[in-house]
Write a protein that binds this ligand. Sequence first.
Ligand SMILES: [Zn+2]
Length: 164
Amino acid sequence: MIKFFPSRRIIKETGIDFGLLSKICTDIFESGFNRKINIYCKVWKSKEKETSTMENTKGKCYFTMHLDTEGNKRYVFGSILHELRHAFQEYIFNFTTVSRFTSYNAYYKSLEERDARKQEKITSEIIKIYDNFKKCEEKFKSFNLKELGYNKGVEQNKTKQWDS
Ligand SMILES: [Zn+2]
């Protein structure tokens, strides 16, 4: 499983349900890579402006992400997916980097950054899944699906097409 452990500040500033995001990432990536993944990732606020980083902290499975939260939802989710890819580079591909780049250009064009940006391509889809899951949770509550029976006003005209 992929599990995020956000700091209070991260929860407060992003409003993201990291429990749900952990579940979605686990499903998508375990299915994509067709294998079990065990990544435990702390998420802390980045102190560097416009910069997020990922660091392997212990063994194979433990990481710390420093996340830049100064941006819209798409930026933040995209950054999380990008940084998670850096974890996959080590965890899945055994690709470790110690390089410090001499220029921004060298950094931008490096294999690891190109590869990490590739994973940002699924940002929209991850957001849609996340948002729809949240909407579904809300509907489950608002339509009182925990209880047997019906709510007045909910049925209206919508059931007809399924009756034979
Ligand atoms: Zn990167």
